[in-house]
Write a protein that binds this ligand. Sequence first.
Ligand SMILES: *Cc1c(COP(=O)(O)O)cnc(C)c1O
Length: 423
Amino acid sequence: MSVLPWHLLPDNAAVGESGRLTIAGCDTIELAREFGTPVFVYDEDHLRARCREAVAAFGSDATYATKAFLCRAMANLAAEEGMGLDVASGGELHVCLSAGVPADRLVFHGNNKSLDELRSARSVGVGRIVIDSLDELDRLEALHGGDGLCPRVLLRITPGIKAETHEYITTGQDDSKFGFTVSTGAALAAVEKAAASPAVDLVGLHAHIGSQVFRVDSFAAAVGVLGEFANPLGLPELVVGGGLGVPYVEGEEGASITQWAAIINKAVTEAGITARVGIEPGRAIAAAAAVTLYTVGTVKELPGIRTYLSVDGGMSDNPRPVLYGSGYEAFLPRSVTADRRRPVRIVGKHCESGDLLVREASIQADVVVGDVVATPVTGAYGHSMGSNYNKMRRPPVVFCRNGDARLVVRRETYDDLLNTDLG
Ligand SMILES: *Cc1c(COP(=O)(O)O)cnc(C)c1O
């Protein structure tokens, strides 16, 4: 029942000709025409600006969590801006290496790295491997041998902080598949074992308290707990993870990366931490940099119940509403500043009733079939979590900058759907 909150749009969003939304000088209605829909449209300078905020505070100890959004253009962008890159699978490693990112800028994460993944990480020389379990340490020891390689590693620890959007409590997080638990003594035992192992060079500790965390005091509390555990060990590095929350809908507000970094740095000083501290933002770099453009295909009015707008994408390009019940805004980019007074439910074209994109949307009242409709803040965990469900072709990704639109990921073709199908 209001105009779209402007802060949900990318930095270089503007109102162009006859009220249309432009992103970095590119007319969104023209983009939909040129590239088809659905399409992810990124403001490249927004991505760069967020990387620069992280690097300004933490230098090369600021690492982009690629799982939020990854393609070769994004990997190169983050590396060019001076960030390291987190990868959490052999596939993410492959994309970053094929983009040309130097292996020593990569940090290899994950709670169940296979022998093959660890072999690759070791042999290409990733900057750090984050060991998540003694089973992984065993695998690294099994790989140790004649090649003289001794990878630098961090140990992932679970500090017993449970971060939530609106509050944090100091128990619960021990119940996690990730890392070595501090409270049971498992973390200390793992530090001793890794420090004594000839197969690895233990340089520090890592923790990540959660994602989409709005309460920045959760991070300060976590840093305090980490300091108590880490300081006596005297290891040179401590990574405090990512997880900064971003606003998706009207009424939400989040800290900037600069504000978040300042709170972490203050807590680091207060905790007497002398190790080099790093952060790993994913969502805070990429989420607000993009909007997704769809085309309305049907308008189904159910008097006294609701109106359904069906668009040409759905849970295959944005599974977050289905997975987490996440909320989004929606608007017509042809009249971006117009009041949105019409309540609708925006759904995808998949064969299930659960396939919804915006459960309770308000949209411009004059919406009709054929309109381009947009959802903002879809730059993180949308494209990267997408699927081929219903054999949908995954959408293209367009980077906009100074009026130029660059296709960095093309739309899949029907033949792409047969790539691995041996018949
Ligand atoms: C997912 C993840 C991140 C990034 O989280 P965001 O919420 O996207 O900032 C950072 N570190 C680790 C280990 C992660 O798993």
